[in-house]
Design a protein. Structure first.
Lengths: 392, 120
């Protein structure tokens, strides 16, 4: 008698246990489509994993910012701002206009908003002497193309739209760009990508950053930088020459693009030899500084529409030399320190804007009602920029 | 009588399987991983275009040097293959663990890039 129960009958095939293996997925499409409803908890868990990862990324960013950063240290003062370069880096090649100040510090090209004290990294300055230029709602600077393999080109950043872009066809740039309002001006070597100059010529090219419309202001074999702009006037240098009497000569041309009139000024007239520095243009007034042997020098100005070259200041240790809106600023030694000086072309005597007790003032700038000066005090001292508002 | 030598046993790997809920988490993580990879590609391209970033991954640097399209195809392609492999192995807990680690790393990288770019 067969035993009762659920066991297999003798001779019957015993059920074989399935081999050890993963659970079956009959639908073949995984858990989400495996006949089971999707549980929102799974999404929550996945998001939690991503959030933990994101928090780790934020932590890495915070650690990096604490150790290495391009950001300057700015403190508000009674007169304006005191801005120290990060990690004691020296600030140089600054540009000031209205509410913005741009400069090069170490490898960084930075723009600073004077209204709220915020700063923005523009790019990596891989070459020296390529000053950014700021005017109105734009700042422009010269920088290498991404990857560093191509020739440097001009970049722009719009404060209004918070957008930056590399300007096409600005390779073969021969000078730091100048900016007036939305008009960008630069010198371009022959065979430049715009085709504006050929052979050994240098062309002065102007382009409106808003519309993109460009024009060649001038070109020729003697055209050279530096380039200045106070649209519609554009100025450029012409190769220095030495006259028969051994006197140096440096012709600087300023063209009014609107009227087509061109003015020429010999910036070295009356001196045997000098180093030409700090050429600046505002309206029809040109300002420049000459260093004439040793530390002596003079700051000169000339109204392009007529008149003669007039001295603004002279003596040892002068620095700066900048003009905007009929105000000329410079720095000169005074009582063991340095005075930041200002003179209004409308009249009156020069007056001191501020005094710097320690360090060397390497440059002074004016833009609107703001004066800025760069101070170098060595590795342990203050290296940075200070600003002050001019009384109306 | 000589005893038969014992048959050497293959070491058994203890496989731990994932239930339906774990597989659903895996699906979400793989989708997130794929999207984060695309975000990483776009942010890297943008940072390189800005001019002050360099690709630190030698392999990606090579492909970026060859061309943007080539780099994009390689990066998206290799991660897609990886996602499909993990999807194929979705029943194993190791696949879920790998997805958690990879998605977390990608989230960290993308978050770092976003913070860095917005701080400029």
């Amino acid at each position: 008698m067969p035993a009762s129960g659920s066991g297999p009958a003798p001779g019957a095939t015993a059920p074989v246990a399935p081999p050890l293996g993963p659970p079956r997925d009959p639908a073949g499409a995984g858990a989400a489509a495996g006949g089971r409803r999707f549980r929102p908890g799974a999404l929550v868990v996945a998001l939690a994993v991503l959030l933990v990862g994101a928090a780790a990324g934020a932590g890495m960013f915070a650690m990096e910012q604490a150790s290495v950063t391009w950001r300057p240290h700015a403190t508000k003062t009674a007169a304006g701002w005191r801005i120290a370069g990060p990690h004691g880096l020296v600030i140089h090649d600054a540009s000031l206009s209205g509410d913005h100040l741009a400069w090069v510090s170490g490898p960084y090209t930075v723009v600073f908003d004077l209204t709220n004290g915020t700063s923005k990294l523009l790019g990596i300055a891989r070459r020296t002497g390529e000053a950014p230029a700021v005017s109105g709602e734009y700042v422009v600077w010269l920088d290498e193309a991404p990857g560093g393999s191509a020739a440097p080109s001009i970049w722009s950043y719009s404060f209004a739209t918070s957008t930056r872009r590399r300007l096409a066809a600005t390779t073969m740039v021969a000078s730091a760009p100048a900016l007036s309002g939305s008009t960008l001006v630069w010198a371009e070597r022959g065979s430049g990508s715009t085709g504006s100059a050929s052979g050994g010529d240098v062309a002065i090219v102007a382009r409106d950053l808003g519309t993109g419309a460009g024009r060649v202001v001038t070109k020729g074999p003697r055209v050279t930088d530096p380039v200045v702009a106070e649209w519609p006037r554009v100025g450029w240098g012409e190769s220095a020459t030495t006259g028969a009497a051994g006197r140096a000569s440096y012709s600087f041309a300023v063209k009014d693009v609107g009227s087509g009139q061109t003015y020429g000024v010999d910036l070295l007239a009356g001196v045997t030899s000098a180093t030409l520095m700090n050429i600046d243009l505002s309206g029809t007034t040109l300002v420049w500084r000459l260093r004439t042997g040793g530390s002596s020098g003079e700051i000169l100005m000339r109204d392009l529409t007529g008149g003669t070259t007039q001295p603004i200041a002279s003596g040892p240790g002068l620095s700066g030399g900048s003009i905007d809106g009929g105000v000329v600023v410079w720095a000169q030694p005074f009582g063991g320190g340095t005075s930041i000086m200002c003179r209004r072309l409308s009249g009156g005597s020069p007056f001191a804007v501020a005094a710097v007790s320690t360090g060397t003032v390497t440059d002074v700038l004016v833009g609107g009602n703001t004066v800025a000066w760069i101070v170098e005090s060595g590795p342990s001292g203050f290296n940075g920029i200070e600003t002050a508002r001019l009384a109306q | 009588m000589i005893a038969e030598p014992p048959t050497p046993r293959r070491p058994r790997i203890r496989r731990v399987y994932v239930g339906p809920f774990g597989q659903q988490v895996l699906v979400c993580l793989l989708a997130g991983l794929w999207l984060l990879n695309v975000a990483d590609l776009l942010l890297t391209k943008y940072a390189l275009w800005l001019g002050f970033a360099t690709e630190s991954n030698d392999v990606m640097r090579y492909f970026l040097h060859v061309g943007t399209l080539t780099a994009s195809v390689f990066k998206v392609g290799i991660v897609t293959v990886g996602v499909l492999v993990l999807w194929r192995l979705r029943r194993y807990r190791a696949a879920l663990f790998a997805a958690v680690v990879l998605a977390g790393i990608f989230a960290a990288v993308v978050a770092y890039q976003v913070f860095w770019l917005t701080s400029l």
